[in-house]
Design a binder for this molecule. Structure first.
Ligand code: NAD
Ligand code: TYD
Length: 350
C-alpha cells in the first residue's frame, strides 16, 4: 500500500489526476490536500469522495505548521504537487498571492518532504507539475523543448519558473528525488470559467460578449485535461529522477480560430442559427505582456514513456461543451459573488 499526497486536487487538473489515481490504483492511499481557494471545488470529486482509498485534507501549502502536521500524520511515498495560483490575469492584478503559493508554498512542501525522507530517499518521489509558460513566448516558428532556456514574462509564469528552479535545487543540493513536467494549455470539464474556453462557453450560452484580447492572434497548444492526467500517471511511475518532461497536444490554435470553432459547436448544440454566437465576439484591450505563442515538443515523453494525446481537438472541445451544458448547476455554483467581482474588474470596468 503506497501513500500518495496530491496537492491542489480540488482544482481543475488536480481533480482529474485524483480521480484517475483513486480509480486506477485501489491499493494506493490517496490524500488530496487543498485549501479550497476560489478555484478549488469539492463538487469536482463528488463521484469518488467516498472511495475507501481517498481522503481529503483542507490545508494551505504556505502554512508550515499545518503541512508539518500532515506529514507527521501520514508517511508519504510520493507527492504530486499541483496546488497553485494558476490564472495569468489574476497574477497581473495581484502578483504577491502567486509568490506566496507558487514559490513559498512549494518550498514549504519541499522542506517537509526532505525532513520526512531524510533517512531514506530511495523509492520516494516529489513530482512537481509545471507549465510551458516558463519558457516564455515563441515567434511564429519553433517549439519548446526540455532544453529551452527559461524566460518567463508574467508574474504567474515567473512564480512557476521559480518553483521549478527550487525543485531542481533540492534535487542537486539535498538529493531529494524529484521530477518535473511542463505542460501546455489544458481544457476540459471542471475548468474554472475565468480561462478562455469555459468563459467563452458560459458567455455564449448566456448571449454575453466573448472578450477576445487584442486581435485574437495569440497561439496556444491545447491538450485535453484527461490526457494530461494520463501523462502525469506515466511520469510519476516511469519518469527518470531529476528529469523534466514536456507535455503538449501538438495542437496549435490562434485564439480567434478556436473561438470560431467553439461558436460553430455552440450554435449546433444550442440549436441556434449558424453565425449567432460569432456575433458575440468582442475584441477588447490586450493582456499586458501577452505572450504571442506557446507550442510544445513532446517527443521526449512520447519516445521514453510511450505517452501520446488520445483525443483530437474537435472531439475534445465538443465533449467539453457537452459537459458544461449538462452541468449547469456546477457552473452556477462557481459563478459566486467572488467571480462576479473578478469579472467586473477584469472585463467590465476596463
Ligand atoms: P486551478 O487554479 O484550477 O486549481 C488550483 C488548486 O490549488 C485549487 O483547488 C486551489 O484551491 C488549490 N490551491 C491554491 N492555492 C493553494 C494553497 N496555498 N494551498 C493549498 N491549495 C491551494 O489550477 P489548474 O489549472 O488545475 O492547475 C494545476 C497545476 O497545473 C498548477 O500548478 C498549474 O500551474 C499547472 N498547469 C496548469 C495548466 C492549465 O492549462 N491549467 C497547464 C500547465 C500546468
Ligand atoms: P487563458 O485561458 O487565460 O490561458 P493562458 O493565459 O494561461 O494561456 O488564455 C488563453 C488565451 O486566450 C490567451 O492568449 C489569452 C486569451 N484570452 C482572451 O482572449 N480572452 C479572455 O477572456 C481570456 C481569459 C483569455
Amino acid at each position: 500500500m503506497k501513500t500518495l499526497l496530491i496537492t491542489g486536487g480540488a482544482g481543475f487538473i488536480g481533480s482529474h489526476v485524483v480521480r484517475l489515481f483513486v480509480n486506477k490504483y485501489p491499493d494506493y492511499n490517496i490524500i488530496n490536500l487543498d485549501c479550497l481557494t476560489y478555484a478549488g471545488n469539492m463538487e469536482n470529486l463528488r463521484d469518488i469522495e467516498n472511495a475507501p482509498n481517498y481522503t481529503f485534507v483542507k490545508a494551505d501549502i504556505t502554512d508550515v505548521n499545518a503541512i508539518n502536521e500532515v506529514f507527521s500524520k501520514y508517511s508519504f511515498d510520493g507527492i504530486i504537487h499541483l496546488a497553485a495560483e494558476s490564472h495569468v490575469d489574476r497574477s497581473i492584478a495581484d502578483p504577491l498571492a502567486f509568490i506566496q503559493t507558487n514559490i513559498v508554498g512549494t518550498v514549504t512542501l519541499l522542506n517537509a518532504a526532505r525532513a520526512a525522507w531524510k533517512d531514506k530517499m530511495e523509492g520516494k518521489l516529489f513530482y512537481h507539475i509545471s507549465t510551458d509558460e516558463v519558457y516564455g513566448s515563441l515567434g511564429s516558428s519553433g517549439l519548446f523543448t526540455e532544453e529551452t532556456a527559461y524566460d518567463p514574462r508574467s508574474p504567474y509564469s515567473s512564480s512557476k519558473a521559480s518553483s521549478d528552479h527550487l525543485v531542481r535545487a533540492y534535487y542537486h543540493t539535498y538529493k531529494l528525488p524529484v521530477v518535473i513536467s511542463n505542460c501546455s494549455n489544458n481544457y476540459g470539464p471542471n475548468q474554472f470559467p475565468e480561462k478562455l474556453i469555459p468563459l467563452s462557453i458560459h458567455n455564449i450560452k448566456n448571449s454575453k460578449p466573448i472578450p477576445v484580447y487584442g486581435k485574437g492572434e495569440n497561439i496556444r497548444d491545447w491538450l485535453f485535461v484527461v490526457d494530461h492526467a494520463r501523462a502525469i500517471d506515466q511520469v510519476f511511475h516511469h519518469g527518470t529522477i531529476g528529469e523534466t518532461y514536456n507535455i503538449g497536444g501538438h495542437n496549435e490554435w490562434t485564439n480567434i480560430d478556436l473561438i470560431y470553432l467553439l461558436c460553430k459547436i455552440m450554435d449546433q448544440k444550442l440549436s441556434r442559427p449558424e453565425g449567432t454566437s460569432r456575433k458575440l465576439i468582442t475584441f477588447v484591450k490586450d493582456r499586458a505582456g501577452h505572450d504571442l505563442r506557446y507550442a510544445i515538443d513532446s517527443t521526449k515523453i512520447q519516445r521514453e514513456l510511450g505517452w501520446k494525446p488520445s483525443l483530437q481537438f474537435e472531439e475534445g472541445l465538443e465533449k467539453t461543451v457537452d459537459w458544461y451544458l449538462e452541468n449547469e448547476a456546477w457552473l452556477n455554483n462557481v459563478i459566486t459573488g467572488e467571480y462576479e467581482k473578478y469579472y467586473t474588474t477584469q472585463y467590465v470596468k476596463r
